[in-house]
Design a protein around this ligand. Structure first.
Ligand SMILES: [Zn+2]
Length: 461
């Protein structure tokens, strides 16, 4: 074949720097976020109340679910005169959304521009969510502000390891729209790892944008074959899942770079990320109005008390979620942060309530504490690991062994687990050749068949 023709047959963007283009709307929002991130607490509270009130008026006038709710409460949006009043507004559960989603779509927005999404179901059942293009543009602007904290610029080259399916069973694919390379999360095995690393060493990306669980598997495979990157990563962007300390420690030391983690939900009721100075998650107050509530639905205002994250969307008019209980647990950190942002700070985000295992005494143990809060040496010697629970007090663990995992490791591992669960869980270990991923391509640590929300999560009360 004529080499020139071969050249033409390659994708255009392969040879020419791709000019990444965002919409005018994106840059307007980015300007807004960049400026308002330094607002005073008073300015923030005033902005939040203005947006919440706008949303209440909109819901009353245009969203059948909320019109009916106001009627049932014999209330009117004007009855709410402050954020303190708004604390009386009824909470919204996932169950409500699941049952009433059709009535929660605003009737004053053209159905032709409305898209449907499924959020990853923390309880195993996905939730249907609706949105318009602007909702994503707004979210992208907020995320761009977060990533700028680790110097990210929209044109920077990125490797994605986020459960995307690469067509034709290939290991990677270039995505010109974002100057990124998608790598398959479905080929993370000793057979393919060397080829993937070789390719990444040619691409020399500045960032990896990953599901932490997938990257953890990836990095372990690299380590086992003594593979290394021949370039310096600026940072690893860790989204969509909790980044556990053991994952961060390993990735940061193996790649010699920083992990940047944030919490975002498909429901768009919170977006919270680390800053330049702290691992506490800074929840954007211009994005959503957030509260933490305890089991009796009392509002938590003090630091270090674990509660459920409640969020109100401030911009999403097509499918407004008002005081939505996300099922994620977190506690406030002490502020203010030295970065100067007057944002609510979250520490110890435990992720979804469903990410807990249940003891024989019906006590809940967060995976964070049992598995990831301590340094289990066995983790460095396994390829993959997955827990499954169908009965309180019993957890079965599937393990894909690495080269050096032996009997002693198993015994030590079991003992550590028993100790950290107060001997209230019987762990059985099964070895296998591979573990299936979820249909979103994640390496799920826990398959929880129990309805954890019906158990108590905070035993101190
Ligand atoms: Zn900060």
């Amino acid at each position: 074949m004529n080499p020139y023709l071969r050249l033409l047959a390659r994708p255009f963007q392969y040879y020419f720097p791709y000019s990444f283009k965002h919409s005018k709307e994106f840059y307007q929002w980015l300007d807004f976020v960049n400026t308002s991130q330094w607002d005073t607490p008073e300015a923030i509270a005033a902005y939040q109340w203005t947006q919440v009130k706008k949303m209440l008026d909109h819901c009353y006038a245009n969203v059948p679910y909320y019109s009916a709710l106001f009627k049932r409460l014999n209330a009117h949006p004007d009855d709410f005169r402050s954020l303190a009043d708004y604390e009386q507004f009824p909470l919204l559960t996932r169950q409500h959304v699941r049952e009433h989603y059709q009535d929660m779509i605003a009737t004053n927005i053209d159905p032709a521009v409305i898209n449907t999404y499924n959020t990853g179901g923390s309880t195993g059942i996905p939730l249907k969510i609706f949105g318009i293009k602007s909702d994503n543009t707004i979210e992208q602007a907020f995320i761009a502000n977060q990533w700028a904290r680790v110097n990210f610029k929209p044109k920077d080259r990125v490797i994605l390891l986020r459960g995307d399916v690469v067509p034709d069973g290939k290991l990677w694919q270039y995505r010109p729209s974002s100057n990124s390379w998608i790598f398959s999360s479905y080929h993370l095995s000793p057979v393919f790892i060397a080829d993937m690393v070789k390719k990444i060493n040619k691409i020399k990306p500045k960032y990896l944008h990953v599901y932490p669980s997938s990257l953890w598997v990836f990095a372990n495979l690299m380590k086992e074959q003594d593979l290394h990157f021949n370039f310096k990563l600026t940072a690893v962007l860790c989204g969509s899942e909790k980044l556990f300390d053991f994952q961060r420690d390993f990735v940061e030391s193996y790649y010699g770079t920083k992990c940047y983690s944030w919490l975002g939900l498909g429901e768009q009721t919170i977006l919270a990320g680390e800053c330049e100075h702290s691992k506490n998650l800074h929840a954007f107050p211009q994005y959503s109005y957030n509260e933490l509530i305890d089991q009796d639905e009392r509002i938590i205002r003090k630091p270090h008390i674990s509660g459920e994250i409640v969020g109100t969307t401030l911009h999403k008019y097509v499918f407004p979620l008002m005081r939505y209980k996300s099922g994620d647990l977190a506690s406030y950190a002490e502020g203010p942060c030295k970065c100067g942002r007057n944002f609510p700070l979250l520490e110890d985000v435990q992720g979804r309530i469903q990410n807990m295992i249940v003891g024989s005494d019906n006590r809940l143990f967060p995976l964070t504490a049992v598995f990831f809060g301590q340094h289990l040496e066995a983790f460095n010697k396994v390829h993959k690991i997955q827990l499954e629970q169908s009965k309180a007090g019993i957890v079965s663990i599937k393990i894909v062994k690495g080269n050096n995992f032996d009997q002693q490791d198993e015994a030590k591992f079991k003992m550590q687990l028993l100790t950290s669960t107060d001997h209230k869980i019987d762990f059985s270990i099964h070895y296998c050749d591979d573990i299936e991923r979820t249909n979103q391509g994640k390496h799920k640590f826990l398959i929880q068949h129990l309805d954890v929300e019906s158990f108590k999560f905070n035993q101190e009360d």
